[in-house]
Design a protein around this ligand. Sequence first.
Ligand SMILES: C[S@@+](CC[C@H](N)C(=O)[O-])C[C@H]1O[C@@H](n2cnc3c(N)ncnc32)[C@H](O)[C@@H]1O
Length: 301
Amino acid sequence: MMATTGSNGDDSALMRKESGEGENKKGKEEEENKTKTKTKKTKEEEEEEDREMERNCEALGSIGALFGDPLPCHGDAHTPFLYKYQPGEGERTVKFRLSLPASDVDLMAHYVWEASIKMADLVLSKEIEVKGKRVLELGAGCGLPSLAATTCGAKSILCTDYPDEAILATLKGNVEKNLDEDAAQVLKVQGHAWGTPLGEEKKFDVIMLADCLWLEDQQRGLLKSIRDNLANDGVAYLTFMEHNDHVREFFPLAKEFSLDYEELASMPWGGRELEDFDLEDEEADGLVYFGKMNKVQGHQP
Ligand SMILES: C[S@@+](CC[C@H](N)C(=O)[O-])C[C@H]1O[C@@H](n2cnc3c(N)ncnc32)[C@H](O)[C@@H]1O
């Protein structure tokens, strides 16, 4: 897999959405118009913006630098993130420019987390195969893995996050900003609170979830969403970090929902090698873990 780099930088395309009661219709229309105007940027303007973001990235040390930006999350409501993936020598670099929501709901959707960056890498490197598949993303945040799946021939992608206005508006904005009309047809954004009905009759071949395990009181709801929406022969892919002690409680709990878990890999991030992490101290939670879940066949919960 080729290394991914990213950058934080000032982005005039950012949806500067103020959430809260004071928001009125006029404000919303202005936001929509701003987004529409920004999607009409020329290729040259976009390339110049990318270069500007890359320059900022170098100034900051970028996530590729070991000590420049030691946090496993990037961007914020005023600082978008540029994701880049180089598939192979001579091949076109895949780039997504990601805005983050200013959301009232404190669910950590307002960063791009390393788990999401790794998930997108795994999709683009075909370690997660989405070609011809019906794909569902849960807790998508800014939607990076879903955007990646559009470039790899997924049949359809339902990209979901908590039904919060700011989160969903930003997700839709990221789709508009990054995909042409054809690619955007494949990807639908929808609000979905874990554990509630999704409203889709057909089940999904692939479910993706990045960095969604850390909320202890949401784990049962999340497992219900996986179980109810995964096809019997489908696979749910997870990337996650050990942000707290509850993260790994998810897997024994999964058995109650007839889901098996297999861990496939652990990965360093931010340009680090595994030996850069001192596994004896808190830095161990810096690793990103990758695993998959399958339905236990023939077992009814
Ligand atoms: C740590 S963020 C991860 C976001 C993104 N996947 C990433 O890795 O950058 C957790 C995500 O789960 C979503 N989330 C948390 N609780 C949720 C719930 N009960 N229902 C739906 N989404 C939820 C949040 O809105 C947020 O986008």
